[in-house]
Design a protein around this ligand. Structure first.
Ligand SMILES: Cc1cc2nc3c(=O)[nH]c(=O)nc-3n(C[C@H](O)[C@H](O)[C@H](O)COP(=O)(O)O)c2cc1C
Length: 321
């Protein structure tokens, strides 16, 4: 079954550079269940073609991650197609996604990411070329437009005509970056014109926002990015809430600590000891609202061993006692 044909509403982990890597995605799968579609962080098509080892590592998958979609970024249709082929051969994800929404200057200045919204011809060429190169579904993740929120309507229609199998829309323009609030209705205006499945993204953090985003956009599902950081169980919580009308809430502080230790263990498995340094940026997300959060955050950026993490937990528990 194609990932976009899974039962509705489809719930997906949105791609986040430096965050949705193997250890975190594995944890999301284990804490949130088998239905979640996992989107891996963007990988550079040019780097994949050059055989860059770091980029190849970014695309490495654990078998439990399926169904999983690998996102690519780039601006040259042939290079994107070549990179998609290489990734398929080496790692067999269940889908390839193209980043046409990243607003960071490094992406935009090289005519990829969000800048593709200003060049629909090139964007369509990329879709055609990649689609011809792979035998799994091809999706595109984009925004409402460069600066005009209505631009996405025509843009995604053209991508559908070029052969895209699904579209994900973050309800902000490139100019907005992450400011303001995501406009799910504006995403819906584009979604209503498409025949292919389309998904809404931006500011979804729980069952209430998920329901509202789905009803305002008419999307077949949603993607969550920041709302899943430090909350790898979020999809299970939302699913239960939507199905039963009862929100099971977050795990207890002790359960969260167990999950964090598992996260640490996976980091070390994948990256060796330096995995714990890479874990530092995740830790504050787990305890966003605890008493003494500022101190916790300051301590979290110094951990370099499991012993340090356990010491951090001891401090949290003694403060909350
Ligand atoms: C740290 C970070 C890294 C991100 N990296 C990517 C990326 O690699 N590819 C992508 O399409 N979007 C990326 N995004 C955008 C998110 O996938 C998502 O569209 C955006 O954060 C809005 O959703 P949210 O409100 O659920 O966070 C990133 C966002 C964050 C915060």
């Amino acid at each position: 079954m194609r990932w976009m044909d899974a039962p509705r509403p489809i719930m997906a982990l949105s791609p986040m550079a430096d965050f949705t890597d193997l250890p975190f995605c594995r944890l999301v799968r284990e804490c949130s269940g088998k239905e979640v579609i996992i989107f891996r962080e963007m990988a550079s098509a040019e780097a994949i073609i050059r055989g860059n080892q770091r980029t190849d590592k970014i695309c490495e998958l654990d078998p439990v991650e399926h169904p999983v979609v690998q996102q690519l970024f780039g601006s040259d249709p042939m290079a994107m197609a070549e990179a998609a082929k290489i990734v398929m051969q080496a790692h067999s994800p269940d889908g390839i996604d193209i980043n046409m929404g990243c607003p960071v200057p490094k992406a935009v200045n090289q005519f990829n990411g969000a800048s593709l919204m200003k060049d629909v011809e090139r964007a369509s060429e990329i879709v055609k070329a990649v689609k011809d190169a792979i035998n799994v579904p091809l999706s595109v993740k984009t925004r409402l437009g460069w600066s005009e929120p209505g631009d996405v309507v025509e843009f995604v229609k053209r991508l559908e005509e070029a052969g895209a199998d699904a579209i994900e829309i973050h309800g902000r323009t490139k100019t907005q970056g992450y400011s303001g609030i995501a406009d799910w209705e504006a995403a819906g205006k584009a979604i209503s014109k498409l025949s292919i499945p389309a998904f809404v993204n931006g500011d979804i953090i729980d069952d209430i926002t998920a329901k509202e985003a789905l009803s305002k956009s008419g999307a077949q599902g949603f993607l969550i990015a920041r709302g899943a950081l430090g909350r790898p169980w979020i999809f299970k919580r939302i699913k239960e809430s939507l199905e039963t009308g009862k929100d099971p809430g977050d795990p207890s502080i002790e359960e969260k600590m167990e999950i964090m230790l598992k996260h640490a263990e996976y980091q070390v498995e994948v990256y060796g000891e330096k995995g714990l340094i890479k874990l530092r940026k995740h830790l504050p997300w787990y305890f966003k609202n605890i008493t003494g959060f500022r101190q916790f955050r300051a301590d979290a950026v110094t951990v370099s061993s499991i012993k340090d993490i356990k010491e951090l937990f001891r401090k949290v528990l003694s403060r909350s006692a």
